[in-house]
Design a protein around this ligand. Structure first.
Ligand SMILES: *Cc1c(COP(=O)(O)O)cnc(C)c1O
Length: 220
């Protein structure tokens, strides 16, 4: 199933250049290995404990992406492991904590800034009107490198206007040339809207359901 799903996605998107992040939250190592054996090396998770467990047990050449809301008190634990990109940095406070812990470990951590481009109260991310100022603040942190922007679209909505808006911000920020900021990744598009996102020049899509099937959450 996973092999077929990946095949379909590849075919549909063959005219675009992008990085596919396979979102493996709640999915087993066995399922992840099926995607891995198809050549996928970027995987996304949204919970620190689950992510760490997977980092410790799966092949070392996987590039792990943290895509879920990150609490400052989990940063220390997370950074002890090799995370390729923290996509969900949504405040200066969180960035400062990542910087502090990175310094202790003598490493530079790559991040994306999560933008709440739809301005929905229920969504994480920095609002458009605060974006540039927050970026400038974060860019002064020495052990962080900002590699781009990430957003989560609105459910059951085309999202074209939002993706277009974020693309414009991405380009505008690239033009200002802030030290320590390079607009390399524009991470937008999930199972329901990745084709729209690619049309709007996203270069990193995060797909879970369309690769691994629906998620089942255990009751806690
Ligand atoms: C779960 C998740 C995805 C993947 O969602 P699907 O609709 O299953 O493709 C992508 N991005 C983020 C931030 C997520 O939390």
């Amino acid at each position: 199933m996973i092999t077929d799903n990946l095949c379909k996605i590849k075919k549909e998107t063959e005219n675009y250049k992008y990085t596919l992040v396979a979102v493996s939250k709640t999915k087993s190592n066995k399922m992840i290995m099926e995607a891995y054996n198809e050549g996928i090396r970027d995987f996304g998770e949204n919970r620190v404990n689950e992510l760490i467990e997977k980092i410790e047990t799966l092949p070392k050449d996987i590039r792990w992406h943290m895509i879920g809301h990150l609490q400052t008190n989990k940063v220390k634990q997370l950074l002890k492991h090799n995370v390729y990109l923290i996509q969900s940095v949504d405040s200066y406070k969180l960035a400062k904590e990542i910087d502090k812990e990175s310094k202790k470990l003598n490493k530079i951590t790559n991040i994306l800034i999560e933008v709440n481009i739809s301005n929905e109260e229920s969504k994480y991310g920095i609002k458009e009107e605060n974006l540039i100022n927050t970026l400038i603040d974060i860019s002064s942190l020495t052990n962080i490198k900002i590699l781009g922007l990430m957003t989560v679209g609105v459910n059951n909505y085309s999202n074209k206007e939002y993706f277009t808006k974020l693309r414009k911000l991405f380009l505008d920020i690239d033009k200002i040339n802030i030290n320590n900021v390079s607009m390399k990744y524009l991470s937008m598009g999930m199972s329901n809207d990745y084709l729209t996102a690619l049309e709007c020049e996203s270069n990193m899509i995060r797909i879970g359901t369309k690769i691994f099937g629906e998620r089942e959450y255990k009751k806690e």
